[in-house]
Design a protein around this ligand. Sequence first.
Ligand code: HEC
Ligand code: HEC
Length: 483
Amino acid sequence: MTELSTPSVNPSPLEPKNAPSGSPTGSRRHALALCAAAVVIVALGACGFAVAYPQYMPDSIGEIVEDMTGANAHPVTLQRPAAAPLSAVAMLGKEIFFDTSLSASGKQSCATCHSPAHAYGPPNDLAVQLGGEHMTLQGYRPPPSLMYLYRQPNFSIGPDSAENDDNPANLAQLASQAAGTQRAQKTAGAAPAAAEMVPQGGLFWDGRVDTLQQQASGPMLNPVEMANKDDGEVLRKLQNARYAKTMMQLFGPNIFKDQRLAVAEAMFAVARYQVEDPSFHPYTSKYDYWLEGKARLSRAELRGLHLFNDPDKANCAGCHLSKPSRDGLPPMFTDFQYEALGVPRNTALTQNHDPHFFDMGICGPFRTDLKDQTQYCGMFLTPTLRNSATRHAFFHNGIYNNLDDVMAFYNARNTDPARFYPRGADGKPEKYNDIPPAYRANVDVKDAPFDRKFGEQPAMTDQDMRDIVAFLHTLTDGYGQQH
Ligand code: HEC
Ligand code: HEC
């Protein structure tokens, strides 16, 4: 064996160690070094301050610091609803919300489809939930999250303005005023030249009811949900429930003598539960804390936020509003308005086996009052994106079960439609195939990211989409609990 000689480490010649001290050059150098050190210390101090308190920095510096650290340069104080113990009516509502004995199958309560562990949305990745007497019938649409509905305005048709919360009396009349305009959609972000009449507010994907109380009797009687035959059947179940006594205490001993009143009071109680219980509106997402300057976003999350807000790129905030109101109300990530996005038909839904069936949102068939207002056909409520990262069924027909597919659709619907739509008789992809051909002009092609044309560069890169999804994850409540 040959011994390998280890090369001896040869220390590199150092600069002459001792510069002649005491010489004039030496002391000047010394002073300069001190000066430089002082400058560095002050600069570091300033940086440190800027990083710790970006809100006290001028805008431009604040934004640089925001980019460097992920801290919010302009924190605000969010107005959260005051916490108070549940009223007796809301506590009754809670029992009703979780009571499976109220369904025909005996297996389903409100919480089955609106699971508290899943942001009061569906607990599984089915496009729609099963219900009915034997829990075998498919629903028509995915259950929305029940969170934050206390901020949902009533349904109305009015000028495209966030301030407008009047509830006009005659919807059909208002709608017909708008019928002349070719498309009634709003233009996200930009102010329209003349006020367009846009539908806004309301509950359900088509806004067909206004109040939580009105809403709650729907699922009780819906044949594909809790499937009771009539109010009489609901009444009998309420009378046999363990909280029947509580109902008599709260609403009077005669409550069960009037079946409509009894059901209405029970539904009122469920509504109070949703309004009062803080778990329906906690505002505990990472983004909420970031808005308040209490959390930092990662680089990807912050980049995602900027793209989300950029009117020329993703433009998500054009419809899913991301900024707190002037008086500190946390953003709802919806403008409460309706849009036709033209999502692909979901052939997995039983109702869609009939080629003549179309779920057209505002113009029917599940709501009937605006069926002649065809300028609204295909329009659905813009949902909140709070907690959407916990969902596994997206859009009104549950066509996608993950956010990456949602992003791909937003990005390439028009630039590469063959990715999303089946080919029609003419061999071309049949765009917007879940809307009857006569109403496909209602689909939004004006707002970014939908304004790109066939074959053009899409609005977002793959990295952009990943970052936006990272941002969407910051909208999930309970951030404080995991950290
Ligand atoms: C079988 C599943 C199922 C059950 C059980 C169920 N829901 Fe729903 N819920 C849905 C679906 C689906 C929708 C959306 C329907 C639509 O848009 O047409 C919905 C919508 C709602 C909405 C409107 C949400 C929004 O964002 O507009 C509320 C409120 C609601 N349900 C409350 C309840 C209450 C209270 C109960 C119990 C009394 C209940 N649900 C039982 C499936 C269910
Ligand atoms: C022009 C208004 C508009 C713009 C811009 C917009 N959205 Fe939407 N968004 C909607 C509407 C309307 C729906 C419901 C459509 C439907 O179900 O048919 C929706 C649905 C969604 C859903 C499904 C939520 C659920 O609970 O099913 C997600 C996620 C979403 N949008 C994210 C985004 C992102 C991310 C962007 C930016 C890339 C964006 N949106 C841009 C209006 C808009």
